[in-house]
Design a binder for this molecule. Sequence first.
Ligand code: HEC
Length: 102
Amino acid sequence: MRSCWICRAALFAVLAASGASAQDADNGRRISQRSCAGCHQITQSAGKPRHAISFPAIAAKPGMSEAIVSAFLEKPTVAMPGIPLRPSDARDVAAFIMSLKQ
Ligand code: HEC
């Protein structure tokens, strides 16, 4: 799968340059439901607020971007067990989070 990842990275670079997104926000939403919803409210309508910042609120932060979110998700953090994600999954989740931006 490693070569496939490289293909995706190359494709992403091309599409990012043209303004389109190669990331799969649907895959990001599935991963978020599985791995993140225990702590984060992953959509505006995803039930009661959890103890961590909601994904729509992350997307709304000034200066927030897919690149910042995916870089954060690829690093281990103390607050968030289950992280880091694989780079391709981190980018899909980042695309999903930023798709929530109003
Ligand atoms: C065990 C609870 C927990 C889980 C599971 C969890 N998080 Fe978090 N997350 C937190 C907490 C608490 C913070 C704030 C801590 C901090 O920033 O130091 C945070 C912060 C973040 C931030 C940074 C927000 C900011 O203000 O910059 C992002 C992005 C994020 N989480 C995404 C995710 C994603 C995506 C997943 C699933 C793959 C996930 N989290 C899973 C608890 C969790």
